[in-house]
Design a protein around this ligand. Sequence first.
Ligand SMILES: *Cc1c(COP(=O)(O)O)cnc(C)c1O
Length: 353
Amino acid sequence: MNKFWSDMVKRTQPYEPGEQLNDPHIIKLNTNENPYEPSPSVKKAIVDEMDGGLQLYPSPTADMLRSAIATAKDVSMEEVFVGNGSDEVLAFSFMAFFQPGKTIRFPSITYSFYPVYSKLFDIPFEQMPLKEDFTIDVESFFDSEGGVILPNPNAPTSIYEELATIEQIIEKNPHTVVIIDEAYIDFAGPSAIELIRKYDNLLVIQTTSKSRSLAGMRVGYAIGNSNLIDALVRLKDSFNSYTVDRLAMAAATAAFEDKAYLQKTVSKIKETREWTVTELERLGFDVLPSSANFVFAVHRSVKAIDLYEYLKEEKILVRHFNIPLIDNYLRISIGTDEQMNVLLNKISSYLMS
Ligand SMILES: *Cc1c(COP(=O)(O)O)cnc(C)c1O
């Protein structure tokens, strides 16, 4: 530790993202990226934007993008906030709605960025144990002191909780904000967005990184009551007026306008997911019921860490977490049919050796 570090730096414990190796031959199934390129209209929008004045700052209010999101999600622009990836939107939301001295709650097994933000912003947290089947214990989230955050579908479990379950949590926390992180919602069931006019304490956060294939452009967004959105805007404008750059804004706007492409790629990924699960089960895995673009699987006899190491040697990256209760699981992103076939064949050879 350096004597020049602030307390904030000292107490923080940075998030460790999945490996990004610069080897084009690697099959990357470790960070839940989309295996398909973004809509062709995205590339065109970026090229057009490059001719459109990169010497100028982007719009600080991102009206064009917010309007495209509002249209796609059937809400008003005043109910939309955009940021540099949903991770940034999550960070602003922790700052805006949670605070030191008031304990927030999130599931014991969940997105590992939540404890990172909590420590950074000095927010106490309680990790509510999941049930044996990895679903949430809904009542454990009632009457929180400082607020609730949970992903739906949850990561890395891939399990989707019905909207009625989510609604109970929102309803039973009328005095604090409930954040639903819907990074994977397009692969699952209905979104909580339909509840934002009913509950002023609900903030829904989504991203273009997974279903819209734009992880490289960093565009995330929050949808909620305009009072909540105003709080996020105030923070953003006290920090960096231009969090979303021109190319990202053009790309994401085009992606929201191409609904057909979203539907096509999402259904393809779901189809690949279904047969991959069948094959994994045939190879001796138990796979949690997935509503995301990844699966969470445990083998009945082989250790996850051994399989992880073997696959890495074979140039296939999957995600392994050294965390109690899930350290024998692998999180495997759904790639193309071809990639999943290579994976399954490698696993099969490993099991026979
Ligand atoms: C991938 C992911 C995010 C982050 O998405 P970005 O928009 O790329 O920052 C947020 N929450 C969960 C649960 C995720 O899995």
